[in-house]
Ligand binder design. Structure first.
Ligand code: ADP
Ligand code: MG
Length: 614
């Protein structure tokens, strides 16, 4: 038999490697932005067309590349960032595998322009499917500009696999947020289809958070800072009131590299225990700085996972640091984040970490606690955190799984009981309202206790579902339009849901960058202002979307019902109470809210008697 094994040509090998590195436009964005950061740029511009399917362009003013390097950078395993295997254990840059540009150039049309400080002219290279089409000198200023056009043009299967523009754009924004947050001293611009979405000035981390996520964050952040001999945690957490129903705004960075860690997330969530409700997620942007020798980031090519050699201790320190920050906040909830005094200490840039100098400016009570002997206090906190039995990552995964299955069991019980027959009896005894929350009504077998808010949620849900089907939502017009500014991600979602939001009765229009003007809200909604309702609807929608798989209409009906029902106020007027009960029982499924919480219970006479016969 003849020999049959061939070495694959580079272009094919690169294309295979690209499968791991480049999954979607957002992966290209991540790699290009990180390269620009690694190149020491002071300002980075990202231009996107058609959610990155047509163009992803990154322009920086970093070190640039020589003519030879500009060619070399497209070779596989070509990197300036490590030279030996020892270097792998002290990585300070974002990249190190030398795979990204080779992979990207294998599956797109790429144009690169780059110039170093020393050379007079820059280099232009046009490469398609790993093949250099053109190279010539070009006159540009120092830095690098890379345009990636028609991603996956030569891999139709991949291209067809891409999601809708809003979905791909959301992934891009996620990557952009991560890089922008971890590099507040670099200025960033983002444009989408020539429209500017972000213009971020170089500054402090706190300012970056506020420009990325909204002005309301300004007064709702708490500084979090702790240091042991081998690890430093620094950053911001949100006050408990800033909690969201979606996980979106939670960021961990290890040595400035964004990572996902359900283990460390559990530590933060644990520190908030008792302060937030279940199913709420606090904001955090926490930077952990430690000797790279204790970390292995070489776990996955996309590099969002890391391994620590002592993860239980990292868990303990993070939890204690967040607890301490929350404690400090409770002592002085009036820390003024608007003033520069607080911003001053909080720039997270690398130089800050390398030479930890703490300015002696007024730092609120955080600082004074510091002066009262932080180390003893810290030791206490740390000991305490270590004592609390910390779950292993496997235990956490088990916990999460257990949570899921109990939810599923609950759902099936709901279905089994859906047909539960109710023996409502018309009596002359009037229903009564208790604690402004529950309506009590005598029924044949005992006493029915209706939860006003949950009952209202069911009623509104069925009403809005019908409205959505018929697209018949009535609107009550506001006296004045109310403008509402939101994050770019939320704005994209709103545009995506324009039709449904309109169908339930909102009247709104685009109003400048990432903002809408609300002219009317669904009729019959009371006790809630336009902005609160709109914002709540979005939050709830995102939460449902991340936790449940629902159709857009179903999700919309559930979200608006939940949010508007939560503000229900009812008086102890028997006609009003009776109407509520009648409307509830006119529903197709009165027994439960759309997500399965009972809307009422029956306290049976036998059960009541049992209480007295023990
Ligand atoms: P890695 O980042 O892992 O080294 P890449 O394929 O992303 O691998 O990049 C290869 C090399 O190209 C880098 O090591 C760097 O020397 C050079 N390079 C890439 N992008 C830039 C840039 N924006 N500015 C300067 N040099 C760059
Ligand atoms: Mg790279």
């Amino acid at each position: 038999m003849p020999d049959i094994i061939n070495l694959l040509p580079d272009a094919i090998a690169n294309q295979i490697a690209a499968g791991e590195v480049v999954q979607r436009p957002a992966s290209v964005v991540k790699e290009l932005l990180e390269n620009s950061v690694d190149a020491g740029s002071a300002s980075i511009q990202l231009n996107i067309s058609d959610a990155g399917k047509v163009l992803i362009q990154v322009i920086d003013n970093g070190l640039g590349m020589s003519e030879t390097d500009a060619r070399m950078c497209f070779e596989r395993h070509a990197t300036s960032k490590i030279a030996s295997s020892e270097d792998l254990f002290k990585i300070k840059t974002m990249g190190f595998r030398g795979e990204a540009l080779a992979s990207i150039a294998a599956v797109a049309r790429v144009e690169l322009k780059s110039k170093t400080a020393e050379s007079e002219l820059g280099t232009f290279i046009h490469i398609e499917a790993s093949e250099i089409k053109k190279q010539e000198p070009v006159s540009i200023s120092q830095g690098t500009s890379i345009s990636v056009k028609n991603l996956f043009y030569n891999v139709p299967a991949r291209r067809n696999f891409l999601k809708s523009n809003p979905v791909e754009m959301r992934h891009i924004l996620d990557e952009f947020h991560r890089v922008a947050l971890s590099n507040p001293t670099i200025s960033f611009t983002l444009t989408q289809n020539d429209k500017e979405i972000y213009q971020l000035q170089a500054g402090k981390l706190s300012q970056r958070i506020v420009t990325l996520f909204g002005k309301n964050y300004q007064k709702q952040l708490i500084t979090c800072e702790e240091e042991t001999h081998w690890l430093k945690v620094q950053g911001y957490i949100g006050i408990p009131e800033l909690c969201k129903k979606t996980r979106g705004e939670q960021f961990f960075f290890i040595n400035n590299r964004f990572i996902k860690s359900s283990y460390l997330n559990h530590a933060v969530q644990g520190a908030y225990e008792g302060m937030i409700q279940e199913g709420q997620f606090p904001f955090y942007a926490l930077f952990i700085e430690m000797d790279p020798i204790h970390i292995d980031i070489n776990v996955h090519p996309t590099k969002t996972e890391v391994k620590f050699d002592d993860e239980r201790s990292v868990y303990g320190i993070v939890k204690a640091a967040v607890k301490q920050a929350l404690g400090t906040h409770n002592v002085t909830p009036s820390l003024d984040f608007g003033s520069d005094v607080n911003f001053k200490n909080l720039a997270i840039d690398n130089s800050h970490f390398n030479a930890p100098t703490r300015s002696e400016g007024n730092y609120g009570s955080f600082k004074s606690l510091d002066k009262q002997g932080k180390s003893t206090r810290w030791d206490e906190m740390y000991e305490q955190a270590i004592d609390e039995s910390k779950p292993s990552p496997a235990e956490i995964r088990r916990e999460e799984l257990a949570g899921l299955s109990s939810q599923m069991i609950f759902q099936s019980e709901v279905n089994a009981q859906q047909s539960a027959d109710l023996n409502l009896e018309e009596t002359n005894i009037k229903p009564v309202l208790m604690h402004e929350k529950y309506v009590l009504k005598q029924v044949k077998t005992g006493v029915m206790v209706v939860d006003v808010i949950l009952a209202h949620e069911r009623i509104l849900y069925e009403k809005y579902l019908e409205t959505l089907h018929k697209k018949s939502g009535a609107s009550q017009r506001s006296l004045f339009p109310v403008t509402f500014e939101m994050s770019a991600t939320d704005f994209i979602l709103v545009m995506e849901l324009k039709e449904e939001i309109g169908a339930i009765g909102f009247e709104f229009e685009e109003f400048g960058k990432n903002a809408v003007a609300i002219n009317g809200i669904p009729a019959d909604i009371k006790n809630i202002n336009e902005k609160e309702l709109f914002e709540g609807l979005l939050e709830q929608f995102k939460y449902n979307k991340s936790e449940l798989s629902l159709s857009t209409q179903e999700n919309m009906a559930r979200s608006i019902a939940k949010r508007s029902a939560s503000k229900t106020k009812i008086s102890n007027d028997s006609i009003e109470l009776r109407t509520l009960i009648d409307r509830l029982f006119a529903c197709q499924q009165p027994n439960y809210t759309p997500n399965g919480t009972p809307t009422f219970i029956i306290l049976g006479l036998e059960k009541i008697a049992e209480f007295f016969n023990q």
